[in-house]
Design a protein around this ligand. Sequence first.
Ligand code: FAD
Length: 279
Amino acid sequence: MTALSVSCEFFPPRSEKGMSNLISVRQKLQVLQPEYYSVTFGAGGSTQEKTFETVIQIQQESEIEAAPHLSCIGSTRAGVLQLLQDYQKYGVRRIVALRGDQPSGWAGHIGELSHANELVEFIRAETGSHFHIEVAAYPEFHPESRNAKEDIGYFKQKVAAGANSAITQYFYNADAYFRLLDNCAAQGIDIPIIPGIMPISNYEQLIRFSNTCGAEVPRWLQWRLRDFENDAAGLQAFGIDVITDLCGRLLAGGAAGLHFYTLNQAELTLTITKRLGLY
Ligand code: FAD
């Protein structure tokens, strides 16, 4: 096991084929000895049962701990409690607690817990210290925040409600992460804040994701990536160089670990971590 906290994030596959692919992906990633595998959760009900199935499968079949994401938007307290109790029954000890986003076209209610700090408070009130709670942090600020002060203030509330550590939204500008750490230190926030790392494999997809979640793809990087319009292998190789360099700078600057958004693929994460000497 490396001293750093390396973790890997998956989305819950919808098909049998996707499920068996994920088994092989996590078997490949095991060489990294990740601290945990997390599984995303579709706010508004889209993939929630699949998240549960995937988490329990990891929990039962793998040496690596499973950590479900749990978002509160559109949920009731009773529904969240039921899920927490089910996870407890299967020995799950870590939760990534989020507000979530309304799926487009969704006409449901906002729910009984409207922000992640209320969800963290609820988890603590109902289950005490059973779960290690991760929350989200935003080096380039959450797209709905009006300013940096408000953003960090709400982040502080999540920590005060009982979060143990945080994972960041992905970013390609190391300074944004270091400034977040400085800002947190100045506010007396002392939980580990692990950078979320999005390997680059597809230009259009990256731009689409980034536009919705408020992550900036720097102009120099966009322009360089456009050079690989008809060269998927070249884009991947360049992306590996960029992300390895970013991770190296983050670790050298004191990041306590790395959380990889794997998109259910092992190769990029493995190549980057190998180059970093993490296994
Ligand atoms: P919050 O912390 O509630 O913040 C949301 C916005 O509201 C921010 O602008 C914040 O400043 C503001 N705010 C916070 N608290 C208050 C308050 N008390 N009063 C008023 N305003 C407030 N989404 C999914 O649907 N499923 C997933 O599995 C998932 N996994 C993720 C994993 C990571 C590591 C990250 C970084 C994000 C993930 N997301 C996921 C996306 C996330 O749900 C969205 O970014 C969402 O818009 C905000 O979630 P949050 O938990 O950060 O919300």
